[in-house]
Write a protein that binds this ligand. Structure first.
Ligand code: SAH
Length: 262
């Protein structure tokens, strides 16, 4: 038995039914597959059975890479690095199907990073199947006017269609995590609002969501000064709270902000 490293958020999936469900979300026969954080290879071996064209693994833990190399001495490309430090746009010439049961905080960080860095001319993935802490997944898939709606919801829904796949109990892992998990499925959207710089969407939502319970008058003023006509043109009531504005309103606000800044 391999001793799990807490520092690398190692909770290995042991429930075969769950593993199968995750891999069966998408047909990977003859596809190029990327798995991030393969651990001891519980998802990897299931991926292997589906006869993909190629498998690339990104794993930070040197020890685990050794174990994986022994276990799968076949046609696999190993990248023994921190996934956060990788340039995903230059991973492979082929479009990738991505699976990842990573530490929760890294899943969230990598999702934001990948969305912000998507090359509009060529999206490098066909879909992402990623595990999150259930609470975070609930935020990603929430609707406006609900308490979970926030920055991550708005960012993720900007470029991606999102579907919930399954909730997973702590007992499906070894060692058991303290919280429940959820697997989400993401596909790039064909139609989305174009920005000069996606960082502006992050900025707008950061300022609007600074004080969730307060009216949006103040953040609006901070970003748009005396341009209150923007609010009336977009039909925004400045007495509302940030969670009361839908996705499109945030995307439109970002465009107006970019226009004003020239
Ligand atoms: N997917 C496996 C392992 C999950 S544990 C399973 O479901 O059983 C999380 C895995 O992510 C571990 O293997 C850990 O070493 C790896 N990991 C943690 N941080 C990482 C990072 N920044 N980059 C790449 N891999 C990472």
């Amino acid at each position: 038995m391999i001793k799990a490293k807490k520092s690398l958020g190692q909770n290995f999936l042991i429930d075969q039914n769950i593993i199968k469900k995750i891999i069966n979300v998408v047909d990977i026969k003859d596809k190029n597959v990327l798995e991030i954080g393969p651990g001891t290879g519980s998802l990897t071996s299931e991926i292997f059975k589906k006869k993909p064209k190629k498998i690339i693994l990104i794993e930070k833990d040197d020890k685990l890479v050794e174990i994986l190399k022994d276990r799968f001495n076949k046609d696999i490309e190993f990248i023994n690095k921190d996934v956060l430090k990788i340039d995903e746009n230059n991973l492979n010439n082929q479009i990738l199907t991505v699976f990842g049961n990573l530490p929760y905080n890294i899943s969230t960080e990598i999702l934001s990073k990948w969305i912000l860095n998507i090359n509009p001319k060529k999206v490098w993935f066909s879909c992402l199947v990623l595990m999150f802490q259930k609470e975070v997944a609930d935020r990603i898939i929430s609707k406006f006017n609900t308490k979970n709606y926030g920055r991550l919801t708005i960012l993720a829904n900007w470029r991606l269609n999102i579907k919930k796949i399954i909730d997973i109990k702590p007992s499906s892992f070894q060692p058991k995590p303290k919280v429940e998990s959820t697997v989400l499925f993401f596909e790039p959207k064909n139609n989305f609002t174009k920005f000069k710089n996606a960082k502006n969407l992050e900025k707008i939502t950061r300022i609007f969501f600074m004080h969730r319970r307060k009216m949006i008058k103040k953040p609006f003023k901070q970003l748009f000064r005396n341009n209150e006509n923007i609010a009336s043109e977009l039909g925004i009531d400045l007495n509302l709270r940030p969670q009361n504005l839908d996705f499109d309103t945030y995307y439109e606000l970002t465009k107006r902000y970019e226009f004003l800044r020239g």
